[in-house]
Design a binder for this molecule. Structure first.
Ligand code: SF4
Length: 286
């Protein structure tokens, strides 16, 4: 059986940078509290926790002197609250997310109502919303009731949204608000995720089955699995190698592998090893 790995898979540059920053802090010997999951992957979170990066869901739970902000960023108020408590911040917000936050702030200041095409409960979206000075709204549906605006609407995207979804959202929003003087559509989708989505679309067509590795809580991993399923019904989304069912590869000539931006190389290697072992076992049994 042939295995084709996606050309780009696993940690993106933003996640790699965030993990490195945390590791650097930990190697200096100071434990820290990580506000939220540093990476949407429990294996990585547990490894970092064992080394002293304790995950907390709320600032009130912090007993350490150092607080880490995750690659998704955090609402502005959180930064002020950390400073008020006299704690040190290790800000691992991905530079691409930071640019989107700044863009949202500039547009809000210019008087635009900001619409974020994204999951309103996602930490990245919550963070971006906080930069809009109360002039932002996040939704996955363009069927929105927006307050009256003199300046216009600016539409931006959660960085992991699929390109086609964003384009469809934009055209629906433009139709719904066709009486508004100006609608700015700004594509703030991360190039790292777009590239992976395009690649999995092709990979799904030329393989018999697809394995997507990554947390079920990771938005970009779920998108990868969804795109792969559209092109190949034999798509399996797993978090770890032990979830692989040997029947998935029975009779399969070519299998494709991809992984979300929070999936460490180690997990990808384990999955590859397991598939190879099962394939060898099955061909030996013929
Ligand atoms: S997916 Fe893109 S925006 Fe999100 S952390 Fe990675 S590089 Fe940054």
């Amino acid at each position: 059986m042939e295995i084709e790995k996606a050309k780009v898979l696993g940690f993106c540059c933003g996640v790699r940078r965030a993990v490195k920053m945390i590791e650097t802090e930990l190697s200096a010997g100071e434990p820290l509290a990580a506000l939220g999951a540093i990476v949407h992957n429990s294996a990585v979170v547990n490894e970092l926790a064992a080394r002293g990066a304790r995950p907390v869901s709320d600032l009130a739970q912090v007993t350490e002197r150092v607080v880490a902000i995750t690659a998704h960023g955090a609402p502005m108020q959180i930064f002020s609250q950390i400073e008020e408590r006299g704690l040190r911040i290790v800000d691992t917000t991905c530079p691409i997310v930071r640019k989107v936050q700044q863009r949202a702030a500039d547009l809000a200041e210019a008087g635009f109502t900001i619409v974020i095409c994204g999951e309103k409960s996602h930490p990245e979206v919550k963070g971006i919303l906080s930069w809009t000075d109360g002039k932002g709204i996040a939704s996955l549906s363009a069927d929105l009731e927006l307050p009256p605006t003199n300046r216009g609407i600016a539409l931006i995207a959660q960085t992991t949204i699929k390109q086609e979804f964003f384009a469809d959202f934009a055209s629906k929003l433009a139709c719904r608000y066709n009486n508004i003087l100006e609608i700015k559509i700004i594509d703030t989708i991360c190039p790292e995720t777009s590239r992976r989505y395009k690649e999995i679309e092709e990979l799904a067509k030329r393989t018999d089955a697809i394995i997507v590795i990554g947390s079920r809580g990771s938005a970009n991993t779920r998108n990868l699995a969804e795109i792969a399923t559209t092109g190949n019904s034999m798509t399996y989304h797993i978090e770890r190698a032990s979830e692989i069912d040997p029947t998935w590869i029975e009779g399969v000539k070519k299998i494709g592998i991809t992984a979300g931006t929070s999936t460490p190389d180690r997990l990808i290697r384990e999955v590859m090893k397991t598939i190879k072992r099962l394939a060898n076992f099955q061909s030996a049994g013929k």
